[in-house]
Design a protein around this ligand. Structure first.
Ligand code: SAM
Length: 220
């Protein structure tokens, strides 16, 4: 849990006194202890705590590690890798969105699925990766089955890339929506990694369907 606890709750209402979806989102942000703690610690996102919690549990970030961060904006996970991996850590991060410069990281803008972007990522890595992270999420449609399929497709393609760039013994982390990994993806993960586990870090909102798959001990 982040330091500090909330003592007051902020409530927002529309002119007609009824909360709108965006006001509910804002109210939740204002009352979220992780949002406050992220701001206090200088993390660019509350999502930083999810990687901190996954790393505390699975020991993913090692000194001087080389990491590919897929769907990295605004850069919270990349910051965590750089702080925990020490001065020799190297991060290559990609996102569809522009990111503020982050000392120690190479930031690329684009769709990681495009051939040219993949080539640029692999060139920037300058060698095999210890860890491939995917916190990517497609824009949700609100239709649970469609959202599940879309996030699974993104995770599958992140895994395709991870299998090409990881070094033996490396690790892969990807965001999924509940329903877990499809049988086919799980089978692929088990074929290529010594251990495959599902984790929902405490910083992941309970009401959110998101969960993470953590695969360690890559065997090509
Ligand atoms: N881990 C990040 C952090 O701590 O700041 C937050 C990542 S955010 C939840 C997910 C990101 O995935 C979005 O910024 C989105 O633009 C990106 N994304 C989704 N699909 C992508 C794709 N095909 N290529 C690159 N980035 C993508």
């Amino acid at each position: 849990m982040p330091p500090g606890s909330r003592t007051t709750r902020t409530r927002l209402h529309s002119a007609r006194g009824r909360s709108t979806a965006s006001q509910r989102w804002l109210s939740r942000q204002l009352n979220d202890p992780y949002v406050k703690a992220a701001k206090a610690a200088g993390w660019r996102s509350r999502a930083a705590f999810k990687l901190i919690e996954l790393d505390d549990r699975f020991g993913l970030i090692t000194p001087g590690c080389r990491v590919l961060d897929l769907g990295a904006a605004p850069g919270g996970w990349s910051q965590v890798v750089l702080r925990r991996g020490g001065p020799a850590a190297r991060v290559v991060a990609v996102d569809l969105l522009e990111m503020e410069p982050l000392p120690g990281a190479t930031l690329l803008r684009g769709d990681f699925e495009e051939e040219a972007v993949e080539q640029a990522l692999r060139a920037a890595l300058e060698g095999p990766a210890d860890l491939v992270l995917s916190d990517m999420a497609p824009n949700t449609t609100g239709h649970a089955a469609t959202d599940h399929l879309r996030i699974m497709a993104l995770a599958e393609r992140a895994l395709d890339l991870a299998l090409k760039v990881l070094k033996p013994g490396g690790a892969f982390v990807a965001k999924l929506f509940q329903g877990g990994a499809e049988r086919e993806m799980l089978a692929r993960l088990r074929r290529h990694f010594a251990a495959v586990r599902h984790a929902k870090p405490p910083a992941s909102r309970k009401e959110s369907a998101e969960t993470y798959v953590v695969a360690t001990g890559f065997r090509p």
